[in-house]
Design a protein around this ligand. Structure first.
Ligand SMILES: Nc1ncnc2c1ncn2[C@@H]1O[C@H](COP(=O)(O)OP(=O)(O)OP(=O)(O)O)[C@@H](O)[C@H]1O
Ligand SMILES: O=C(O)c1ccc[n+]([C@@H]2O[C@H](COP(=O)([O-])O)[C@@H](O)[C@H]2O)c1
Length: 224
């Protein structure tokens, strides 16, 4: 039984539509000689289960060969955003992804330092890895913000954007080509986790255990 038939049995028409959007993106035979790399960029202050959940679904549904977790040195759209030392964020990401062979830490932007614009980073990767196709993963709500990204028309030629949303929710209209992937979305953010640590509330099951231990050991986020 095909995946579409299985889905039709269990879901409403709206949901079937959303699942078709990824099944049409299945790898074509001519693409097998190219490496398919997903990139999840973010501050990861700290990394949490929402990041892992969405990356796993994208990797699985788009049949990607690798997913790079790429912490920013400084996020471009949040100049006032206070963050902790990049080395802590790199180490926490490494701990979060350790047991998933699909996931890799990509320290390029942190090593470059300063404000990173995705278009500059992707120019570098496209030149460095000519045998690869890049899938830049963003939370569904951020798709609306793409128009404000630096040199978005150039970036749109360099990567395929992937928007992540809840199964059955409708895709947003966008002037850019977006592959929509369905994922369970959890209402979790790094800001909320930082606040919970500050308020001495539990963050168990919201971040991987190794990340929680790292936060406690280094006494991160204990002060505002
Ligand atoms: N719970 C979540 N579900 C789906 N996508 C998420 C979730 N949290 C973050 N993302 C997406 O992951 C990427 C990186 O996010 P980031 O590291 O800034 O985490 P954040 O939780 O949004 O952080 P903060 O609360 O500090 O703004 C962004 O594209 C963001 O939209
Ligand atoms: O290049 C840009 O103009 C740009 C604007 C906003 C966000 N980004 C990238 O998008 C990723 C997620 O960022 P954020 O701030 O939504 O967590 C991260 O890799 C950022 O560098 C990039």
């Amino acid at each position: 039984m095909s995946i579409e038939t299985k889905i039709q049995i269990f879901t409403s028409l709206d949901e079937v539509f959303s699942v078709f959007s990824y099944s049409q993106e299945a790898r074509q035979p001519s693409q097998f000689d190219r490496n398919r790399i997903g990139i999840l960029g973010g501050t990861f202050n700290p990394p949490h289960m929402g990041h892992l959940l969405m990356a796993e679904q994208v990797g699985n549904q788009l049949d990607l060969d690798e997913i790079w977790f790429m912490p920013t040195a400084k996020p471009p759209h949040a100049p006032g955003k206070k963050t902790i030392a990049a080395q802590h964020r790199l180490q926490m990401v490494q701990k979060a992804i350790d047991n998933n062979p699909l996931f890799k830490l990509q320290p390029y932007e942190v090593n470059r330092g300063g404000t990173n614009y995705t278009v500059d980073t992707m120019r570098h990767f496209v030149e460095e890895y000519p045998q690869s196709d890049f899938y830049f993963i963003i939370g569904g709500d951020s798709v609306n913000d793409l128009t404000t990204w630096r040199e978005i028309d150039v970036l749109n030629q360099l990567v395929q954007f992937v928007g992540v949303r809840r199964l059955g929710s409708r895709p947003y209209d966008s002037p850019y080509s977006i592959i929509w992937v369905d994922s369970p979305l959890i209402d979790l953010s790094s800001s909320e986790i930082r606040l919970r640590v500050y308020l001495e509330q539990s963050i168990r099951y919201q971040v991987p255990q190794a990340v929680e231990e790292y936060i406690m050991k280094h006494r991160l986020y204990m002060e505002q």
